[in-house]
Design a protein around this ligand. Structure first.
Ligand SMILES: *[C@@H]1O[C@H](CO)[C@@H](O)[C@H](O)[C@H]1NC(C)=O
Ligand SMILES: *[C@@H]1O[C@H](CO)[C@@H](O)[C@H](O)[C@H]1NC(C)=O
Ligand SMILES: *[C@@H]1O[C@H](CO)[C@@H](O)[C@H](O)[C@H]1NC(C)=O
Ligand SMILES: *[C@@H]1O[C@H](CO)[C@@H](O)[C@H](O)[C@H]1NC(C)=O
Ligand SMILES: *[C@@H]1O[C@H](CO)[C@@H](O)[C@H](O)[C@H]1NC(C)=O
Ligand SMILES: *[C@@H]1O[C@H](CO)[C@@H](O)[C@H](O)[C@H]1NC(C)=O
Ligand SMILES: *[C@@H]1O[C@H](CO)[C@@H](O)[C@H](O)[C@H]1NC(C)=O
Ligand SMILES: *[C@@H]1O[C@H](CO)[C@@H](O)[C@H](O)[C@H]1NC(C)=O
Ligand SMILES: *[C@@H]1O[C@H](CO)[C@@H](O)[C@H](O)[C@H]1NC(C)=O
Ligand SMILES: *[C@@H]1O[C@H](CO)[C@@H](O)[C@H](O)[C@H]1NC(C)=O
Length: 643
């Protein structure tokens, strides 16, 4: 029960004064004017000067009614908190209940002497309250009680009690300062500082080595090796001998933890430590934490990484689900039953780079076939560059394979290839590179359209030979063309009897596959040779009079001029392109000299020229024969002369 400050006498005094001076309390206009006997003044609690010495009352007034509450602020108390004081009825009068206002109470007796005890036990005491003191066996308290009194700037105990040894007054009071004292000669003996456990050191320097029975010293655990709360040790007499009572001591040896192995991947950290001395650190369990320190980029903090999981087993801290390329503050804590959690090891550890995400798709400019991309998020690590791989394949030519692999630096975000081959399926992949390597790929698949078949300009593969005016034929040398710009499907042969003007190669794409019609003189298709039939160089006789799949290869007319057009057709997926080559020649009569000069790709062998050649050859042969005969006769004569 909290005692209350009794103010009843002053309340009574007020009452008496009120009765002595009628109307003195009736100054208030609220009072009915015609009241004969004023009601007795209700008891009040007063805010006295001694209260205001230590605290401020709010609201700011001198008196409070019963059940009224004042807010009390303690100026002298560090926290500057506001406490509640209630005015309560006590008998006829009123009194403050200040049990919750620390600055208007005595605080619990500070037990400087470990052997001292008292009753009653409470956290605060009202002014005027007394405590009865007791001491441990063999000691008696001096004095036997203490009283809560008002001191200069607080409420406190009137005297500091001590315990004294019962037999003989020679035992000094507990030693409380590091001041050097006279050498002690106590009947019970003394304790030596040399007997202290190695885990402690005195809080303050002492220049004495021995301590009398009853003396105590504040000590702390040696922080370099031990942890634990500050405590007191006392020199006591036990079984007739002086010895240090260290039962209150709680110094625990702090394990010295050193890193034994560290493995950091892009998403995890594994730290193995060892205790010194080696082995399990007895009595200690461990906790660990990995806290994100620094991300590779501001934006990465917003990323939701996998849930961070931490485990400590076998003196190994394992943090999983970490962000790559980030700095983590790794702490190993030691947990012991007797002391607070201790930081045993800490280090900032950087996780490795992860493989980057795929670059973001940019534009593909179809006309120039420039591919553009945007860098991926930097959260997996710094982008060092890009790996661009190009693979070209053709469904119609399985041996065709075009590969290009280039690495560009991180400032390059586009790729242009020169040239993109026609009629090709291209796969382009772009991968960003970090220190961890190439990441996810950004992939483009595209097909380039076929182009006009390529006919080598210098090549004389297609040639017109041995014009036979009498047979109405012309010999055409054909050779398969490579499918450089697309698959070659067929070779179409057109014969154009010369009207005026003669058709030429530029007219070729518009030519219709029109069969020969004897009734007109128009250009006709003489034959279509599938590319599959033309796998190696071969001859084709124009005008052989054969019918091939509805196209008549009509004999040519002697004495007429012709143009033979060879149309090379490439076709792929509804797309068709072609290239042409044209040969002009004249089906000159056998006796006609100088007729049918070859044009275009054609080569012409006029008959007179052939005859001249033949004659020349004959003449040469005759000359050779003659020379041979002459040489023989000369050699023969020489040989005979000798023999
Ligand atoms: C004070 O409060 C108590 C409990 O609420 C009540 O019983 C009592 O009558 C009150 N006293 C006055 C004077 O209002
Ligand atoms: C801890 O170590 C022991 C022996 O080295 C081993 O058997 C056990 O599996 C380990 N536990 C873990 C969780 O790694
Ligand atoms: C691209 O080429 C590089 C180098 O040859 C290779 O390491 C990488 O795997 C290729 N990327 C793809 C997606 O094929
Ligand atoms: C490209 O690939 C597609 C799909 O496989 C195929 O239809 C097309 O014919 C191919 N084109 C070429 C030129 O290989
Ligand atoms: C990156 O490559 C481009 C083109 O190869 C070059 O112009 C540029 O200087 C390079 N930048 C760096 C930082 O190396
Ligand atoms: C045409 O001439 C070539 C040589 O240029 C020859 O090999 C071929 O047999 C000749 N063909 C005819 C039908 O005369
Ligand atoms: C197929 O492609 C290869 C390689 O480019 C080439 O050498 C070959 O001539 C092509 N095949 C045909 C039938 O053109
Ligand atoms: C080809 O023939 C067309 C008419 O069919 C003509 O306009 C053009 O000039 C000719 N070209 C050549 C190179 O002879
Ligand atoms: C192409 O060859 C096939 C058989 O290999 C044949 O039947 C066909 O007539 C040939 N076509 C031409 C135009 O020569
Ligand atoms: C054939 O062409 C030649 C010249 O190239 C010309 O002299 C001759 O008259 C032409 N013949 C016919 C029938 O047009």
């Amino acid at each position: 029960m909290g005692p209350v400050l009794v103010l009843a006498p002053s309340a009574l005094l007020a009452l008496v004064l009120m009765l002595l001076v009628p109307g003195s309390a009736g100054g208030e206009s609220a009072e009915p004017p015609n009241q004969q006997e004023p009601l007795p003044e209700p008891p009040k609690c007063k805010v006295t000067g001694s209260l205001l010495k230590f605290a401020g009352f709010s609201p700011d007034k001198k008196e409070f009614y019963v059940n009224e509450t004042a807010s009390v602020s303690c100026q002298k108390i560090k926290e500057r908190e506001v406490y509640e004081a209630v005015c309560v009825a006590e008998g006829e009068g009123a009194a403050w209940d200040l049990s919750r206002v620390p600055c208007l109470r005595c605080q619990e007796l500070k037990a400087w002497d470990g052997r001292l005890d008292w009753t009653p036990r409470a956290l605060t005491f009202a002014p005027g309250e007394t405590l009865s003191l007791t001491c441990a066996e063999g000691f008696r308290p001096v004095p036997e009680s203490v009283r809560c009194v008002e001191k200069t700037n607080r409420f406190g105990w009137n005297v500091t009690p001590v315990c004294q040894a019962e037999e003989g007054s020679s035992v000094p009071p507990p030693w409380t300062s590091p001041e050097p004292g006279p050498p002690l000669t106590t009947p019970g003996g003394s304790c030596s500082r040399a007997e202290w456990p190695p885990s402690i050191s005195a809080d303050e320097p002492y220049n004495k080595e021995t301590f009398a029975i009853g003396e105590w010293v504040w000590v702390s655990c040696r922080s370099e090796q031990y942890v634990g709360r500050r405590s007191r040790i006392a020199c006591i007499k036990k079984d007739g001998h002086p010895e240090w009572d260290t039962s209150g001591l709680q110094c625990v040896e702090k394990p010295r933890v050193s890193k034994e192995d560290l493995q950091a991947s892009a998403s995890s950290i594994r730290l193995r430590w060892g205790c010194s001395p080696p082995g399990p650190c007895p009595g200690w369990t461990f906790q660990g934490s990995c806290q994100l320190n620094r991300s590779p980029h501001e934006s990465c903090k917003r990323h939701r990484w996998r849930r961070l999981s931490t485990s400590t087993q076998n003196q190994t801290l394992h943090c999983d689900g970490l962000a790559p390329s980030s700095s983590y503050h790794v702490i190993v804590y030691g947990v012991h039953a007797k002391v607070d959690r201790q930081v045993l090891y800490e280090e900032d550890i950087l996780t490795q780079d992860g493989v980057p995400d795929a670059p973001e798709r940019g534009s593909l400019d179809l006309s120039s076939r420039v591919l553009r991309w945007r860098p991926p998020s930097p959260c997996k690590g710094a982008i060092l560059g890009y790996q661009v791989n190009v693979t070209g394949r053709r469904a119609y030519n399985t041996t065709f394979l075009e590969e290009e692999q280039v690495r560009v630096n991180d400032s390059v975000t586009e790729f242009q290839k020169e040239p993109w081959r026609p009629g090709t399926n291209y796969t382009v992949t772009v991968q960003a590179l970090t220190a961890a390597g190439a990441g996810q790929e950004l992939r483009w698949e595209m097909e380039t359209g076929i182009a006009e078949p390529f006919i080598p300009p210098g090549a004389r593969a297609l040639e017109v030979h041995n014009i036979s005016a009498s047979d109405g034929t012309v010999f055409l040398r054909l050779e398969p063309l490579p499918d450089l710009h697309g698959p070659i499907r067929e070779y179409q042969l057109f014969v154009a009897p010369h009207p005026e003007p003669a058709p030429n190669a530029s007219a070729c794409p518009s030519l219709q596959l029109r069969p020969f019609d004897p009734t007109d003189d128009k250009t006709y298709a003489a034959a279509v040779i599938p590319a599959s039939n033309l796998t190696r160089p071969m001859g084709f006789v124009v005008g052989d009079g054969r019918d091939r799949h509805g196209l008549f290869n009509a004999p040519l007319h002697e004495g007429r001029n012709y143009t033979v057009l060879l149309r090379v057709v490439s076709r792929w997926n509804q797309e068709e392109t072609s290239s042409c080559v044209a040969y002009d020649f004249s089906m000159g009569r056998a006796h006609l000299a100088g007729e049918g000069e070859g044009e275009g790709g054609g080569v012409l062998w006029p008959l007179p020229l052939l005859l001249t050649c033949l004659l020349l050859t004959l003449a040469l042969a005759l000359l050779l024969l003659l020379g041979l005969l002459m040489a023989r006769s000369v050699l023969g004569g020489g040989g005979g002369g000798k023999g």
